[in-house]
Design a protein around this ligand. Sequence first.
Ligand SMILES: O=C(O)CCC(=O)C(=O)O
Ligand SMILES: [Fe+2]
Length: 285
Amino acid sequence: MTYSQSPSHVVESLDAEVFLSDHLGPGRPVVVRGALDGWRKPPPWPLEELARRFGEHEVTLFDTLFALEEVATFAEYVEEHTGAAVEGVPPYLRWFTRQSEEQMMEADAAFTELADEWTMPSWLPRTDYVFPPTAGPVDASRDPFPARGLFVCGRGGRTRLHVDPWASDACLCQVTGRKRFVMYAPDQGALLSDGDGVVDPDAPDEKRFPRWKDAVPTLDEVLAPGDAIFIPAGWYHTAVALDDSVSLTWNFAHRTHEDRFAAHLRAGGDRDPVVAYFLRPTGTS
Ligand SMILES: O=C(O)CCC(=O)C(=O)O
Ligand SMILES: [Fe+2]
């Protein structure tokens, strides 16, 4: 019997050229161990310290997908939903920088304060994004990106299986705690989705998704503090925090995928408020 070595989805280091040719271009996920080495404030960032710094800020709490459930202060969240005593599935603190006109509770001030303490992994492109549109050098630690946020959840917090919007790729930096990530390739979609929704593998509706168990994940890995993961457009992914967790994340479309992003806009994607916000004519706010 012969078998070909499947390409590795977990690496100990990565350079920009290989990222472009093997991951960003073809749309292949990758976990990079130690990707956050060199941060001025090395992971893990203790939650208590973040609570001391940002405790008074109002933040948005979500369910296990993206439904806004509650507004609380950062300190209230850490107090009520993290630590040893917490049981069950806590709400999920997703604190986004500004990405639409109507957004509540933006994290911009906190990101400005944190800007010197972290940096985008070195293998990500510095220039030539189409979403947000930028020609010159950018760094997600300083510059706006869609869905750029500080994600905090107590142990057991999770994000249900989904595909990210905007035909966009994403990067997630795991800063504090361990997080299990499971990913399915886009071609598993016929098994995982009925067009209106996606199966929840933790509470599957077998009638609605009778063949979901035939879907095979490509990646099932535990991220540790200091790791980063690349989530290509169209990939199904779900995550669960194995410890109290802090992640930094953002979405983007790079010029490499300009045609795909343009097609998304033509198909009506330009009416999305986040897309409209980032593509608004310059000179307006
Ligand atoms: O880290 C997580 O919980 C998943 C994040 C994610 O996939 C998202 O926000 O789109
Ligand atoms: Fe996602």
